[in-house]
Design a protein around this ligand. Sequence first.
Ligand code: TIU
Length: 220
Amino acid sequence: MITLPAQPFAYTFELARTALVIIDMQRDFVEPGGFGASLGNDVRPLQAIIAPLQALLAAWRAAGGCVVHTREGHVPDLSDCPPAKRDRGQPALRIGDAGPMGRLLVHGEPGHAIVPELAPQPGEVVIDKPGKGAFYATPLQAELQARGITHLLVAGVTTEVCVQTTMREANDRGYDCLLLEDCTESYFLAFKAATLAMVRAQGAIVGWTAPSTAVLKALA
Ligand code: TIU
């Protein structure tokens, strides 16, 4: 058992029962010209988490921990994209439109790929999800159950959208979730801070938060 300092209180997990879940670190969210930028966002703040996440991923892999990557996206005919999702707002480009990194949020396009620094390795779980939460319409629950996973270390983008939605879905399914504070980012500073606060409020009602250095120290 590993126990590390976290908020609102210490977080305990067993390495063999814990997965590092990296949410949507795709070029479409962190690079200019992608889906995130098409919504009017400055994507640069998201690039800052690549380095700490890369260090954590290396340590987690070296320790033999389970790694799960998710990618938000849709099949080329967009049959898994509800019109309500595609039509929302007034973006410069919509899901499925052609941008500088290919069609936005479409499987197989350059922008749909995970950034090279965090690319999945053979044997790691890669979940393609049509929604914001990683459990909706995906095999994630089955993949975790097949591996005996009960605890999730959660990272990725964006904190208040796909990361928080996935944590809430996981929490309702009985997983103990720790959100890695320096390995998640939002286009909105205040939304990230609010998400960290609401996750750990009321005695960890959604889960815990801690910096990745706490995990690195615990694994060392
Ligand atoms: N737009 C935004 O902040 N996020 C998403 O649409 N997807 C994820 O968070 N991955």
